[in-house]
Ligand binder design. Structure first.
Ligand SMILES: [Zn+2]
Length: 303
C-alpha cells in the first residue's frame, strides 16, 4: 500500500487485470477512524490494509463518488467488519446505491457482477457541502455529467490539495443518466480549482497542478469529440483526427492507435495520418511503460 501524503493511501491502484476502481483511504487519526473513498467491485483488494497494521473494523466511513457498481459494489461487504459504517453519496445517485437496480444501468461493463444495496447515512444535496471527519474537512463538489449524482471530494491536508474524483474522464456521452453538457460544465468548474494531486478512479494519480488542469481539459476535448463521432457523424475524419491527437496528449497510445487505424481506413491516402500512426507506434507497448513511469514519478516512498 502506498502513502500519497501523510495519512492518505492508495489501497487499490490501477490494475488492468483487476476490475473495479482505484480505492483510496484517509486515516483521520480520530474517533472517526479510517475513511475509504470508493470501495470497488469486491472486497478482496481492501484486505491489503491489514498488512500495514490497519483493521477493517476501523473503516467507519465510506465516501462514494457515484452510483456505478465498480465504485460501490463491495459496500455491503464492508458492513461485515463494521455494522455501523456510514456511507455517503449525492442524493441524485442515491437510488442506485440504496435500491437494487439492473447492473446494465450501473455500468454495462460489469453485467456479470452483483451487489447488495446499502443505506446512505447522508445524501449530499448542495454543491460544496462539507463533511467533517475528525479534524478533516471533505468538501463535496457536485460534478454531474458522468452520472447525475457524481461527486468529487476535495481535501486539503498539510500543504497538499487533493481531489478524489471517481470517473472524471469516464464516458460522459449521454448513456443512462450521463449528460455531456453537464459534464463539460462540471469539468470547467474543476479547472478553476487548484488541485495538487488528482486521485482518479481508473487512471491513478495525476500531478502536479498544471498537469491536473491539462488532464481535465484534455478529457473535455476528448468527450466532446467522442460524443460528436458516436451521436452525430462517425465518418467525420477531422473530428476523428482531433480525437486521436487528444488521446496521444493524454498518453493513451493504445486507444490512439485504434483511432488512427480507423482514420486510415476512412482516409487511406492521408499522409499526415500515416506519419501520426508511426509516431504512435513508437510508444508501443505503451500502457505498461506509462504505468511504470507514473509509479516512479509519484511514489518515492513505497512501503
Ligand atoms: Zn462510473
Amino acid at each position: 500500500m502506498m502513502e500519497i501524503v501523510e495519512n492518505v493511501y492508495v489501497v487499490k491502484p490501477y490494475n488492468p487485470n483487476e476490475p473495479g476502481c482505484c480505492v483510496y483511504m484517509v486515516d483521520t487519526k480520530s474517533d472517526d477512524g479510517l475513511v475509504l473513498i470508493d470501495v470497488g467491485l469486491y472486497i478482496d483488494p481492501i484486505h491489503v490494509i491489514e498488512k500495514e497494521g490497519f483493521d477493517l473494523k476501523d473503516i467507519k466511513h465510506c465516501l462514494i463518488t457515484h452510483g456505478h457498481i465498480d465504485h460501490f459494489g463491495a459496500c455491503h461487504e464492508l458492513k461485515k467488519y463494521n455494522a455501523d459504517i456510514k456511507f455517503y453519496a449525492h442524493e441524485k445517485d442515491a437510488d442506485k446505491i440504496e435500491q437494487k437496480m439492473p447492473i446494465s444501468y450501473l455500468n454495462q461493463f460489469f453485467a456479470n457482477y452483483d451487489y447488495e444495496p446499502v443505506k446512505l447515512a447522508r445524501k449530499f444535496k448542495v454543491d460544496n457541502e462539507i463533511l467533517k471527519l475528525g479534524q478533516l474537512d471533505f468538501k463535496c463538489f457536485h460534478i454531474p455529467g458522468h452520472t447525475s449524482g457524481s461527486v468529487a471530494y476535495f481535501l486539503e491536508t498539510g500543504n497538499t490539495r487533493l481531489l478524489f474524483a471517481g470517473d472524471l474522464p469516464g464516458t460522459a456521452i449521454n448513456i443512462n443518466d450521463g449528460n455531456l453538457d453537464d459534464y463539460l460544465k462540471s469539468m470547467q468548474k474543476l479547472t478553476a480549482v487548484d488541485i495538487d494531486i488528482l486521485c482518479e478512479g481508473h487512471e491513478y494519480l495525476i500531478k502536479p497542478a498544471e498537469r491536473v488542469k491539462k488532464f481535465i481539459k484534455g478529457y473535455m476535448k476528448f468527450n466532446e469529440n467522442l460524443n460528436h463521432l458516436v451521436l452525430e457523424n462517425p465518418y467525420d475524419t477531422k473530428i476523428l483526427l482531433d480525437l486521436t491527437l487528444v488521446t496521444c496528449e493524454l498518453e493513451f497510445f493504445e486507444n490512439a492507435l485504434d483511432f488512427c487505424n480507423y482514420l486510415l481506413e476512412l482516409d487511406p491516402d492521408n499522409s499526415s495520418v500515416s506519419q501520426l500512426l508511426n509516431k504512435i507506434k513508437e510508444h508501443n507497448p505503451p500502457k505498461i511503460d506509462y504505468i511504470k513511469r507514473l509509479i516512479k514519478e509519484n511514489f518515492s516512498k513505497e512501503k
